[in-house]
Design a binder for this molecule. Structure first.
Ligand code: UDP
Ligand code: MG
Length: 337
């Protein structure tokens, strides 16, 4: 490493880092930077914006290179493929150097002006300042219904509550960021992790704006995966519920057995009952397969965790002095279970 380079990399960490996961958002980057930069200029002493290019296939990376060339405070880490938004957030936290970190979407659905308020609250001592969505009318009715159901289930069975309407748009103090970085899990359900770490937290309500350009990058398939990840990383109830179901079924079977014994002794045996027999066999075979499937979901996750693969792979790093995860010596490489 040349002396000039090492000098520039040892510069003071900025006051605020803004982490933006991006996946095919080239149309949105310029408008985002244009609206975000003045807000940062007036709210903090120094800042950097860390874009995590989550394996985009459009010219997102080219745009990021242009931005970085224009101002080195616009940094970018580009993944070797699409790893998903949750992992992009984890990578953002790994690469951000600020004393506080804001996480926001690239599509301008998170109004950048809110950061001013986030920073005020951070200076008042809050370490986990999150935006809460006032209404979700920008989402489709089906997605809203499913989201509500998910939160209800999570509320009832998860090991941590999720604050109403809280999303990924938030500011985290360095202490909270370090706490999150110390969590080694691969199945990352950020909303749950953000709630789990605690610290002095506060919600700031905001109206979600329309997507500036393009469409949502989340298909229902991706959302289902996401919801399952969330529930299974924060609750073992789906595993345990089978003990109760099994007990109930056995008790029912025992009662039926007693009924049949009494009937045989008093009235004598009768042959009818074939249909009910087949139905009950199929019913309980179904229950058993379902419970096996749920155990399989957990085992699959345990398998993913024990493989201890790096969480993500970096293909290109614009303006970052750190080595890439996957390189021995990088902290990411060393995440232990
Ligand atoms: N995103 C990402 N990787 C993905 C999907 C999405 O980094 O696999 C980013 C996306 O570019 C955007 C943010 O995550 O900045 C939120 O995505 P989107 O707006 O599509 O989600 P929605 O607003 O519908 O929840
Ligand atoms: Mg969006």
């Amino acid at each position: 490493m040349s002396p000039v380079l090492s000098e520039s990399t040892s510069s003071e960490p900025p006051e605020l880092s803004v982490v933006v996961p991006v996946f095919n958002e080239s149309e949105n980057l310029e408008p985002l930077v244009k609206r975000l930069t003045p807000v940062l200029e007036r709210s903090v002493a120094s800042y950097e914006i860390v874009f995590i290019d989550d394996g985009s296939s459009d010219d997102t990376l080219a745009t990021l290179r242009l931005l970085h060339g224009r101002d080195p405070r616009y940094r970018a880490v580009s993944f070797s493929r699409n790893f998903g938004k949750e992992i992009a957030i984890a990578a953002g936290l790994d690469h951000a150097r600020g004393r506080a970190v804001v996480i926001m979407d690239a599509d301008l659905q998170h109004p950048p002006e809110m950061i001013e308020r986030f920073v005020e609250l951070w200076r008042e001592g809050f370490k986990n300042v999150y935006g809460t969505r006032v209404d979700r009318t920008k989402d489709s009715a089906l997605r809203r219904m499913l989201t509500r159901r998910f939160y209800q289930i999570f509320e009832n069975f998860g090991e941590t509550g999720l604050p109403e309407g809280a999303g990924d748009y938030r500011l985290l103090d360095r202490q909270a960021v370090n706490a999150l970085k110390s969590m080694p899990e691969r199945a990352r359900f950020s909303k749950g992790l953000f709630a789990w770490i605690g610290f002095k937290s506060i919600g700031v309500p905001f109206d979600v704006e329309d997507r500036h350009s393009g469409t949502s990058k989340f298909s229902y398939r991706k959302l289902t995966r996401f919801a399952l990840d969330g529930l299974m990383s924060f609750s073992t109830l789906p595993l345990k519920v089978w003990t109760y179901v099994g007990t109930l079924v056995s008790m029912f079977a025992l009662a039926t057995a007693i009924y049949f014994i009494v009937q045989t002794v008093t009235i004598g045996a009768d042959v009818p009952g074939y249909a009910s027999l087949i139905v009950s066999i199929m019913f309980f075979a179904g229950i058993q397969l379902m419970s096996l499937g749920i155990i399989g979901e957990y085992i699959g996750r345990i398998f993913a965790e024990v493989k201890r693969r790096p969480l993500y792979l970096v293909a290109e790093n614009l303006g970052d002095p750190q080595t890439s995860p996957g390189d021995p010596g990088h902290p990411q490489f060393d995440r232990r279970i």
